[in-house]
Design a protein around this ligand. Structure first.
Ligand code: ZN
Length: 246
């Protein structure tokens, strides 16, 4: 299983950057986790969006910074369907909030599937399972297992001890680090600090920690340094183009 970071900034992308978007490829099957602003442009470097070669999109939640580019990816997939024998694009997402969910369907180009904490499915050899996080909108962390290797992506969440079991022994933990512990005090409890990310990685004994959902300004070195005060393993910042073989 290969992870390619397409974009990693929130709540908006920097110049030439993109919001949250992570391409998983295994045995020739491509799955996109989240689809923030600018992700379709970055996706084109690896998978032509109008080739019909994207098997599915999995959305952690329906905040605009995590799904807005799906609304234009629909157009590319419509072209793919016009060109040949391409099925509607499978999209797995929460069914709330209703206002956001209702804007997603478009001319039969998408096959929408609702996810919740009990959802389990496989795409090729990739097995997906979910955990409801603590966030203002319903949000699901995603665990993907393939041939004994595992990736956990938290989506957006406040600190939640339950994530430790969900992320236990993952080879790669992709986790949102919005701010430092000091700045967390100024924000509502919807996101984790870099220190929280390090603590989650340490308790879950993951193989590698990747910090994402990074602020569009600054170099985020302070976030990595803070996470490393509590996580003793391998840690790095996400960036567009980062590729990892799991
Ligand atoms: Zn969010």
């Amino acid at each position: 299983m290969k992870l390619t970071v397409l974009g990693c900034h929130s709540p908006y992308p920097p110049v030439d950057g993109a919001g949250p978007g992570y391409l998983l490829t295994h045995a020739g099957v491509n799955v996109l986790l989240d689809c923030g602003s600018g992700v379709v442009s970055k996706l084109g470097k690896y998978v032509d969006p109008q080739s019909g070669r994207l098997a599915a999109v999995v959305l952690s939640h329906l905040h605009a910074d995590h799904f807005c580019d799906l609304l234009v990816l629909r157009y590319a997939h419509m072209v793919a369907m016009h060109k040949g024998e391409v099925a509607p694009l499978a999209v797995y997402c929460p069914d709330e909030p209703e206002t956001e969910r209702t804007v997603i369907p478009f001319r039969h180009t998408l096959a929408l599937h609702t996810i919740d904490e009990c959802s389990r499915f496989a795409l090729s050899d990739m097995k997906f399972s979910f955990y409801r996080t603590k966030h203002v909108y319903p949000c699901y962390a995603v665990r993907v297992e393939a041939r004994g290797r595992s990736l956990v992506y938290t989506g957006d969440t406040a600190w939640d001890e339950g994530l430790i079991d969900f992320a236990m022994l993952a080879d790669v933990l992709l986790v949102e680090a919005c701010f430092t512990e000091q700045k967390k005090g100024e924000n509502p409890a919807q996101h984790m600090s870099a220190r929280d990310c390090g603590a989650l990685a340490e308790h879950a004994m993951v193989g590698k920690l990747i910090l994402t959902h990074l602020p569009p300004t600054g170099d985020s070195a302070d976030l990595l340094a803070e996470a490393q005060t509590v996580f003793s393993g391998d840690a790095a910042l996400a960036f567009s183009g980062l590729a990892l073989e799991l």
